[in-house]
Design a protein around this ligand. Structure first.
Ligand code: SF4
Ligand code: SF4
Length: 108
């Protein structure tokens, strides 16, 4: 992936799957949004099936609740979870190479 560079296509945010939060990240995101922690966790997160984390909820199309479609972006960019910041190097999902425009460019 030496030539990988993010093209800001947003496809990694459209992927349907958990966006896991580290313990401190729920506080950080709630603060950023100006919400009480309990309001944020109750309305914007679910507990993962393995009960290890909170995860951001999805829209009906499977995209992250904080995904902005046009132009693609993240509504909580300054405090987005580590999972998001780690994509694709330290965290990714099966088949991500077919979704990520930056990876497609790398393969050309
Ligand atoms: S928090 Fe932001 S960067 Fe992470 S999946 Fe949601 S929209 Fe994308
Ligand atoms: S899918 Fe790849 S190119 Fe598109 S926003 Fe995510 S990291 Fe960037």
């Amino acid at each position: 992936m030496k030539n990988f560079s993010c093209k800001r296509c947003g496809n990694c945010c459209k992927w349907s799957g958990y966006v896991r939060l580290l313990d401190e990240e729920a506080d950080e995101i709630a603060d950023f949004l100006g919400m009480e922690l309990h309001f944020f966790t109750g309305n914007y997160t679910v507990i993962t099936a393995d009960r290890r984390n909170l995860s951001l909820i999805e829209k009906t199309d499977g995209s992250c609740i904080f995904f902005i479609a046009d132009p693609p972006g993240c509504a909580i960019h300054p405090v987005k979870p580590r999972q998001c910041r780690d994509f694709p190097y330290r965290w990714n999902f099966p088949g991500w190479q077919d979704e990520c425009e930056g990876m497609k460019m790398d393969q050309e």
